[in-house]
Design a protein around this ligand. Structure first.
Ligand SMILES: [Zn+2]
Length: 276
């Protein structure tokens, strides 16, 4: 082959390869980069399309219930305004109450929608729980259902901002003192942990009312929730310890071992963890 012909072939091949390579780069960039960017930038949106069975379980179960006296050590820090802010926010036993605040920017990273009946149709924040609690709720509702006890989810995860809105709204209606007993201040609601669900029944008009505790469904929950890792968080006559009124509808996931011990000893989470 003459040298000149060889150079022409090299130039032609190079001219062909360059646009192909560039097109490939463009194609790859268009297909992958925006998706990646969405995932990073989209922290505020809840992923509603995840099959919870595909996600590994959070490895934070307390295997044995032993001496819990040191459990709360180093779980908080004091912020500029003197408030206790929680550090162990992702812990299954995280203790949120009127002394112990969640950071305003805390949002669980593993929120999913449990496959249970709800009292509403919308796909919104309050349908979500953290995956381990969601699995447990599914198991509990399924077994209740098998015994003709039909439970409905009413309100699960709630963001700091939503809680802020609810509290301010209540203050404007009944004043701050009264509101403080009825609605958690932002950062002080267990619903922000993604480990609490308010539940109800048709017999209680799907409402969050004390009478739910007297219904067949409410009694079933009271007697069985611990077997699935849930406690009735605000029991009757424990306001001086928990800071909240009796709420037979509010269940909190803590894992089966801890829930069973709290149920059998008939104590609050504060007492169990030594915060009372
Ligand atoms: Zn609640």
């Amino acid at each position: 082959m003459k040298k000149r012909n060889f150079i022409v072939i090299v130039v032609v091949v190079a001219a062909l390869i360059f646009p192909i390579r560039q097109a490939a780069i463009n194609l790859f960039a268009e297909k992958s980069e925006p998706i990646l960017a969405d995932k990073i930038d989209d922290g505020e949106d809840l992923d509603t399309n995840v099959n919870i069975d595909d996600i590994p379980l959070y490895d934070n179960n307390i295997e044995e219930v032993e001496d819990m006296t040191d459990y709360l050590l180093d779980t908080t820090f004091v912020d500029d305004s003197g408030k206790l802010i929680l550090k162990n926010t992702d812990d299954i036993l995280v203790l949120v109450n009127k002394r112990r605040n969640l950071p305003s920017d805390y949002k669980p990273s593993d929120l999913v929608i449990p496959d249970v009946k709800f009292s509403f149709d919308d796909i919104i924040d309050k349908r979500h729980l953290r995956k381990e609690a969601a699995h447990a709720l599914e198991d509990m509702f399924r077994e209740a259902d098998n015994q003709n006890v039909i439970l409905y989810g009413v309100s699960g995860y709630r963001s700091y901002n939503t809680q802020n809105y609810l509290f301010e709204n209540k203050v404007s209606k009944v004043g701050e003192e009264e509101a403080n007993l009825l609605v958690a201040r932002p950062g002080q609601s267990e619903h922000q942990t993604g480990l609490a669900m308010d539940i109800s029944s048709k017999s209680a008009n799907f409402s969050l009312i004390e009478d739910f505790g007297q219904t067949t469904e409410g009694q079933w929950v009271n007697e069985n929730a611990h077997r699935f890792g849930f406690i009735i968080r605000y029991k009757r006559d424990t306001t001086d310890i928990t800071g909240y009124s009796f709420e037979p509808w509010h269940i909190r996931y803590v894992g089966v071992e801890v829930a069973t011990e709290i149920y059998e000893r008939n104590i609050t989470l504060e007492e169990f963890l030594g915060d009372a």
